[in-house]
Every structure is written in C-alpha cells, then in structure tokens.
Ligand binder design. Structure first.
Ligand code: SF4
Length: 202
C-alpha cells in the first residue's frame, strides 16, 4: 500500500524553489530529479520514480486534483506523438546549452548568467534574493545552479498550467523523463524477449 507520507512529496518541490531564495547553489539539488528516475528504472526495471516518488507530479496532483478547469484529458495532439518528441528535443538542446555554457564559464570565455530564464530565452525580470552568503563560489558552479533551477522552474510552470487546464498529471504524458523511460523500458523488454526466444531455441 502506498505510504501516506508520499502524498506530501510536493513539499519537496516547494522547498526546492524556496531554497533558491536562500542561495541559488541549492539549484544543484535539481540533479536528483534528473538522475534518480533513471537509477530506479535501471534497478527496478519499471518507472518507480514516476509511479510514486516524483515531487513535481505530487505538486500537480495536490494543487489541482478535482480543480482543473475542464477536468478532461488533454487533446491527443498535445499528449502523444510529435509534442512528446518536441519536448524531448527541447530538453536535449537545453542540456547541451547548459553543459557548453558551463564549460565556457569555467574556462573564463564568458561570464556566468546569474538570472532565471523561462524556456531558455525569457529572462525573469527580477533577481531572486540570496539570503545566505556562502562566500566565494566559482562562477561556473553558480551558472550551473541558475541553469538547473531555470530548467526546473520552466517544467514546473508548464506542468502547473497544464494541470490547471486539463488533468493534474498532463505534463507527465510529455515529460522527457517519461519519454526516455519508455524508450529504455521498451529496449529492456526487447532484449528480454530475444533472450527468452534464444533460450527457447536452445
Ligand atoms: S513523468 Fe516527469 S513529472 Fe511526471 S512523474 Fe515522471 S518525472 Fe515526474
């Protein structure tokens, strides 16, 4: 049975964004949401993270369960096919830019971008306060913190908008983590089928 405490995972999302106001360095915690789903997938051979532990989907559920505007599943053009691949493509481009720009900052080729952006391009017109001062932190570390925080901010805002209009977990249908997990699982299944057939032949 699902533990009741899992219903409160959304608090982690709120704490994550709140911590950014203390020091953006906490943005590195966003890597947990990027890496852990795949570690669990590899270990359990199923989408353990998405099925019960994702703090963002918990936020979507808790914020909009029974309260979405039209309370219907999103149209199929949004949740299937091209949109899914488009979002995955955006995610890959985002990761590429994030990696390259961090390398450039670490080499002193460019200055760190110490602003939050929505969808890579749209700069949030205010600076978030930095209540805690951790002293001198390398520019590339700060840059990467802002970039990961921006990525989490973007996907959470889009997820909340979709949850508010359609069903709470609409974002999950196009979330890159879900798409990559599906691809990995189908590969695992194909491998297992081949192995079974091979053993059957032998
Ligand atoms: S699909 Fe994305 S948002 Fe949904 S549960 Fe999985 S990781 Fe979280």
């Amino acid at each position: 049975m699902k533990s009741k405490s899992l219903n409160y995972l959304y608090i982690i999302t709120i704490v994550f964004f709140g911590l950014g106001f203390f020091n953006i360095i906490f943005g590195w915690l966003g890597f947990i949401c990027l890496i852990l789903p795949f570690v669990l997938l590899y270990k359990d051979r199923k989408k353990t993270w998405c099925q019960g532990y994702c703090p963002r989907s918990s936020l979507f559920q808790n914020a909009f369960h029974g309260k979405s505007l039209i309370k219907k599943a999103a149209p199929s053009w949004l949740t299937k096919g091209r949109t899914k691949w488009f979002v995955l493509g955006y995610f890959c481009i985002n990761l590429f830019i994030l990696t390259m720009s961090t390398i450039m900052v670490s080499r002193g080729v460019r200055a760190p971008l110490e602003r939050i952006r929505f969808l890579l391009l749209f700069q949030i017109p205010w600076n978030i306060p930095q209540i805690l001062d951790f002293g001198s932190i390398p520019g590339w570390v700060v840059h990467l913190s802002f970039r990961v925080y921006s990525m989490m901010f973007t996907t959470t805002v889009i997820g909340l908008v979709l949850a508010g209009i359609f069903k709470p977990r609409t974002w999950c249908t196009i979330c890159p983590v879900n798409t990559i997990s599906d691809l990995a699982l189908s590969k695992i299944k194909t491998k297992a089928d081949i192995e079974i057939k091979r053993k059957g032949v032998v």
